[in-house]
Design a binder for this molecule. Structure first.
Ligand code: NOJ
Ligand code: CA
Length: 579
């Protein structure tokens, strides 16, 4: 639509540098590998790349523990390589955004090294230090019962200066003290402007609602009586000063007309979301809501029970919550089903039981994503329908700190109970962050073409790469890849409907089929998605129109499928009509 911001109608392709393309055979992806893949990325019909953290880091949390914002992790390359990448993107008409990780730094960052050096250091107040508490028996206790997102206490005792510091994520990720204005200024300069001056077009903003903690650091309510730590999201998300901080940050960003997409966990009301993304609030361009990717995760992943699954009604409600953000508001929203913290969408929301179902559900999910309003995000490998790691793989193949903490804690708490450990493994098989971090599958060569290394790359390539890879799919018009390219192109062609149209669900209660419409001023698009493994009767919703035209389908012969509207298989079809 004319006059809209460029990022609204953009398709953004997310790259996880360690797992995308290794240019020098050391088993780790790198920036030169990304540069060599830009033709491929352009061929997808995307507009922007989002690069996950490539900053210098001890990699305890895969770069979300930054030790130097102004340098690049040496195995990935150099600042100069980044300059080449930025330039090469712009030459092709691609934009590039980076990950902004400023709720915490690495404990190896020089700011924290100084801060922990003594209680009187000028940077002491740049992090969140608190004295110990003592229980009745005189035993030292942390300042409160908050649990870190990765498990265990959110406080770490520091022997040298005899205080605790806060880390909402792992011990090596101390939280920065945003209350300190000097610290905030240093963040804007080092983490943002350093890269904005080099021409980056914006940021994905990590854990954007956690900078302002509830100032009294009260204990969280006891939800898990068996544990001495408690989930405390309500006390560290959306705190009292968060919007003040984001306004200030926005002033810096607007000097460069940079876009932002904030990661917004634990925010479930429309009102709460709008505070971040209403244009009038001048905070962020858009956010990622978690309702959809959290389906089936709930408490269970962290509380040692089995993976509970999910149902289609809840999925529809989750989709609706993102679409409602723009209904009659001045706000903007996002569409995504995968990222580097999630299992693969085909495994979670479709089916990878057979190759046929895998391909159909990958296309169906592509159809769903591509027809929803908001800025579209595709995670590397999603465009070829990559799936979760094989079930036979043991915990030894998992590398993520969150997965390993969870598994080891289960082991500890249950005294290595094999039944509980098996349940933990079942949860990891669905939800572990590792699945999306398996190497990109380029071709059938060694390591799926990701790396020429004769040793195992940093993560084991999926066993299915000989049959599921970019090269095979580029040669096949009916591939998942070809389908995504087609959807990306249709999304541009029918932007009024797909990107900006008004969303309505027709079959809220149906647990097998998801039917929704998108309306523009004079057109209606109807999307029918069969989430089950079997054929389903399809009732065409009454939109007052009769002259339907099939736009795209994921069954082999869409014309035939159109002729028999009562028998749709997994994947459904998409139709649109004109007045
Ligand atoms: C969200 C990131 O996506 C995740 O990978 C990371 O572990 C946490 N934030 C902490 O930075
Ligand atoms: Ca490399």
């Amino acid at each position: 639509t004319v006059g809209e911001k460029w990022w609204k109608n953009s398709i953004i392709y997310q790259i996880y540098p360690a797992s995308f393309k290794d240019s020098n055979g050391d088993g780790i992806g790198d920036i030169k590998g990304i540069i060599s893949s830009l033709d491929y990325i352009s061929s997808l019909g995307v507009d922007v790349i989002w690069l996950c953290p490539m900053y210098d880091s001890p990699q305890i949390d895969m770069g979300y523990d930054v030790s130097d914002y102004e340098n690049v992790y040496p195995p990935y390359g150099t600042v100069q390589d980044m300059e080449v990448l930025i330039e090469a993107c712009h030459q092709r008409g691609l934009r590039i955004i980076l990950d902004l990780v400023v709720n915490h730094t690495s404990d190896q960052h020089k700011w924290f090294q100084e801060s922990r050096s003594s209680k009187t250091d000028p940077k002491r107040d740049w992090y969140i230090w608190k004295p110990a508490k003592y229980d009745a028996s005189g035993k030292r206790q942390p300042p409160n019962n908050w649990r870190s997102v990765f498990g265990g206490s959110a406080w770490e005792w520091d022997e040298k200066t005899e205080e605790y510091y806060l880390h909402l994520f792992c011990v090596e990720q101390p939280d920065v003290n945003w209350e300190n204005a000097e610290t905030r200024k240093a963040i804007y300069e080092s983490a943002m402007e350093f890269w904005l001056r080099k021409g980056v077009d914006g940021f994905r903003v990590d854990t954007v609602n956690m900078y302002s903690k509830h100032p009294d650091y009260a204990n969280a309510p006891i939800l898990d009586p068996k544990s001495d730590t408690q989930p405390a999201f309500s006390l560290f998300c959306n705190g009292p000063r968060i919007h003040e901080y984001l306004s200030e940050m926005n002033e810096v960003l607007s000097k460069y007309d940079a876009m932002t997409v904030g990661e917004l966990p634990n925010t479930h009301t429309l009102e709460g979301v709008l505070r971040y993304v209403s244009a009038a609030e001048k905070q962020l361009s858009m956010v990622f809501q978690f309702d959809l990717v959290d389906l089936g995760m709930g408490k269970d992943y962290k509380f040692l029970t089995t993976f509970p699954g999910w149902n289609l009604r809840d999925l529809k409600a989750a989709v609706k919550s993102t679409q409602d953000v723009i209904k009659g508001t001045d706000a903007w929203t996002t569409v995504f089903m995968e990222n580097h913290d999630q299992g693969r969408s085909v495994t979670r929301f479709g089916s990878d039981k057979t190759p046929e179902l895998r391909v159909r559900s990958a296309k169906m999910l592509s159809m769903m994503q591509s027809t929803l309003s908001g800025t579209q995000f595709i995670y590397q490998g999603q465009e070829i329908g990559m799936v979760n790691a094989p079930k036979e793989w043991t915990i030894d193949e998992y590398k993520d700190i969150d997965s390993l903490n969870y598994y080891h804690m289960t082991s500890q708490v249950t005294n290595k109970d094999p039944v509980e450990l098996e349940k933990a493994m079942a949860s990891l098989q669905h939800l572990a962050r590792d699945h999306s971090r398996l190497p990109m599958q380029w071709n059938a060569d060694v390591n799926g073409g990701f790396s020429s290394s004769s040793d195992k790359p940093w993560m084991r390539p999926h066993d299915n790469y000989p049959d599921l890879n970019v090269k095979l799919q580029e040669e096949d018009d009916s591939s998942v890849l070809a389908f995504w390219k087609q959807m990306n192109q249709l999304r541009k062609q029918y932007a009024d409907l797909m990107v900006f149209g008004e969303f309505e669900i027709f079959d809220e209660a149906n647990q097998s089929v998801f039917t929704f419409s998108k309306k523009s001023k004079n057109q209606t698009l109807v999307v029918v998605l069969n989430f089950s493994d079997t054929e389903q009767a399809f009732e065409r919703p009454d939109t007052g129109k009769t002259d339907w035209k099939l736009l795209v389908g994921n069954v082999e012969d869409p014309q035939e499928a159109n002729a028999k509207p009562s028998n749709i298989k997994r994947g459904g079809r998409l139709q649109q009509t004109e007045f």
